[in-house]
Design a protein around this ligand. Structure first.
Ligand SMILES: *[C@@H]1O[C@H](CO)[C@@H](O)[C@H](O)[C@H]1NC(C)=O
Length: 212
């Protein structure tokens, strides 16, 4: 059997584009296929204005501002890269988006005290509000990250069911807004928190370019 017959035979056996992706990637390192982006749309195709420019933040805003903050947090988040990818895969959520939330919420954990924010209200890398969720595990553990990303996935799915006519970008932005404010707070497109989601998307695009 020729190598190419064997190759396509294996692809047929694996029977999925993901199998093809993994196989071509491992067989030819010069190919750079798109990184995994999960079930909730391709963030690279989503438009974003980045962090808002307002009186509170007249500079360091826009896409450039978001990227600057993402870059500042890159070193703190890098040690969690494999964990973030594994947990993203488990919940079918783009790892770059998880990295973006960790950057925005806790700067990769660097501003936390034993995992808590300075008010003692929010816990962990993704800063779950203790009033709403009972946090599991240590603040930077796999168990805790699985909980946080699971909550995010649930929120996106809730928004998808609640607003079946919305497009993927609106579902994702609605889910990200609900992750912070609860899904009850989202009852129309007007309730999407664009300041939050534009910043997160711009940071996520940065992390995507850095291998997340
Ligand atoms: C999704 O809907 C929003 C709001 O109507 C719109 O601005 C955006 O361009 C849409 N995105 C796509 C990919 O169609």
């Amino acid at each position: 059997m020729s190598p190419s017959v064997l190759f396509w035979g294996l692809v047929a056996l694996m029977g999925s584009s993901e199998g093809l992706y993994l196989l071509t990637h491992s067989m030819n390192p010069r190919l750079h296929p798109r990184l995994y982006y999960g079930c909730y749309g391709d963030i690279l195709n989503m438009e974003t204005a980045g962090a808002p420019c307002d009186i509170a933040r007249p500079i360091n805003c826009g896409i450039h501002g978001s990227e600057m903050f993402a870059e500042m947090d890159l070193r703190a988040i890098k040690p969690y890269q494999n964990l973030i990818k594994e947990v993203g895969l488990r919940h079918c959520v783009d790892p770059a988006l998880v990295a973006a939330i960790i950057s925005r919420e806790s700067h990769g954990g660097t501003i936390l005290h034993d995992g808590w924010d300075h008010t003692g209200a929010k816990f962990g890398l993704m800063q779950l509000d203790k009033q709403v969720y009972k946090p599991y595990g240590a603040w930077d553990s796999k168990e805790h990250l699985l909980q946080g990303v699971g909550i995010l996935a649930n929120n996106i799915q809730t928004i998808q069911k609640k607003f079946p006519t919305w497009n993927a970008t609106q579902h994702l932005k609605g889910g990200l807004s609900a992750f912070k404010a609860g899904s009850d707070a989202i009852s129309s497109p007007m309730d999407i928190n664009h300041d939050l989601t534009d910043d997160l998307l711009a940071r996520a695009k940065f992390y995507k370019r850095h291998g997340f």
